[in-house]
Design a protein around this ligand. Structure first.
Ligand code: NAD
Length: 391
């Protein structure tokens, strides 16, 4: 079959197996070029490991640290004439690479929120590792089924307290327009915290600890975002911000629970990058297009793999590892939040319109990154070729 991108709003419903392979190969090549990372934990569990920050974390652990990894994700496998979702191919490519390199690299495709998935993971850790040295929590999901009650909760991206009125971009039509988003009610705030807050992270860490599969000195971290004032009404001060607040609170609770193992849980605040999760947030794609232009001009821009490589190499294992903010978080958004970068973004923001979108922002770069998430836009791939699935 010949596979072309089919974009529906902020998702692409097709993915290209060979392009996804190429995407992972590029990430592997990037980390290889940076060289070995010493002092890395040796056995990783990465929850949400098939795309975005979780995938790049797994690539850096595998390639930079020669670590053994177990990855957990939720991806659609291939059906008769329908390609799998991109993360399915990403995970398979990384597993193949790592296994050829003589490392343990195992994947679990299942609902991380469920007890069954946690149990399967624990059994696999026992079988392959004995214990894990690091747990990375990188889930981004629109919904969660509570394992105890069977109730489904939905995560919503809404402001709190008052409506949001502001600019956004329709990425399909390349149109900058005004939107109004009505504020969330109490139930919507509660549900977003249920999905994207810290409850599931804590359940994972409790289950792993009770099963005695965490090493002494265990490190566990989860990813968060802060961003500038432009995005606060919809992000930091919105429903997702409340969920992130909860995640941050839970990091302290987990640290307390890990004290007898001399372990620690912490939050890493990452930079805005194009992922399946971030492209679904109103306002953020327009902000990212402007940010990328400014950061590229200042030679400060990083994509997912560059950001994760710097995190592991310099902050988790290197000399600058003590650099935390007042809340104890590792700030990988340090370059994004630089005053000169944000002043420039702030200057461009009121001026941007549909007509000058390409000129004042890196919208082309945004779109390129978006297509690459699904395996499209790689020069080395022949997109007119007839391919059979399960390659
Ligand atoms: P993503 O959409 O690329 O990745 C989400 C991952 O979660 C995938 O591996 C997916 O398979 C997995 N997943 C989703 N639901 C699942 C389920 N029920 N069971 C198992 N796996 C499931 O998202 P991302 O942007 O890389 O986000 C990861 C984390 O990084 C999030 O906490 C996000 O808030 C944070 N973050 C993202 C950005 C950004 O700009 N993208 C910036 C800062 C922090």
């Amino acid at each position: 079959m010949v596979i072309k991108p089919k974009i529906r709003g902020f998702v692409c419903v097709t993915s290209h197996p060979e392009g996804c392979r190429e995407h992972v190969r590029e990430q592997i090549a990037y980390v290889k070029k940076q060289g070995h990372i010493s002092g890395m934990p040796k056995k990783f569990l990465i929850i949400g490991s098939s795309t975005g920050y979780g995938l790049s974390s797994r690539v850096v652990a595998t390639v930079g640290g020669q670590a053994d990894t177990i990855g957990v994700f939720f991806e659609r496998p291939e059906e008769d004439d329908r390609p799998a979702s991109a993360g399915f191919y990403n995970a398979r490519t990384l597993d193949e690479y790592a296994q050829q390199a003589g490392l343990v690299s195992e994947s679990i495709n299942g609902d991380a929120f469920s007890d069954t998935c946690k149990q399967r993971t624990i059994e696999l850790i026992r079988e392959k590792f004995g214990k894990v040295d690091a747990v990375v929590y990188s889930l981004a999901s629109p919904r969660r089924i509570d394992p105890k009650t069977g109730e489904t909760y939905r995560s919503l991206l809404k402001p709190i307290g008052q409506p949001f009125r502001g600019k956004t971009v329709n990425t399909d039509k390349k149109e900058v327009h005004e939107i109004t988003i009505e504020p969330a009610n109490e139930q919507e705030i509660y549900e977003t915290i249920k999905v994207m807050g810290g409850e599931d992270w804590k359940l994972w860490m409790d289950a792993l600890k009770s099963a005695d599969v965490l090493s002494d000195g265990i490190q566990a971290w989860a990813y968060s975002y802060v961003g500038p004032e432009i995005t606060w009404p919809i992000y930091t001060h919105g429903t997702i911000g409340k969920a992130k607040e909860d995640l941050e609170r839970v990091s302290q609770v987990i640290t307390d629970h890990l004290s007898d193992l001399h372990g620690k849980a912490f939050i890493v605040v990452n930079k805005a990058v194009v992922t399946q999760a971030s492209s679904a947030i109103p306002v953020v794609p327009l902000y990212m297009a402007i940010l990328f232009k400014v950061m590229k001009q200042k030679v400060l821009h990083e994509n997912c793999i560059q950001q994760m490589d710097r995190l592991f190499r310099e902050r988790l294992c290197g000399e600058k590892q003590m650099l935390h903010d007042a809340k104890g978080r590792i700030r990988m958004d340090d370059w994004e939040m630089r005053l000169d970068v944000q002043d420039e973004v702030k200057r461009i923001w009121p001026e941007i319109t549909t007509e000058n979108l390409e000129e004042l922002s890196d919208f082309a770069g945004y779109q390129r990154d978006f297509l690459r998430l699904f395996g499209f836009g790689f020069d080395s791939v022949n997109y007119d070729a007839d391919i059979s699935l399960s390659i």
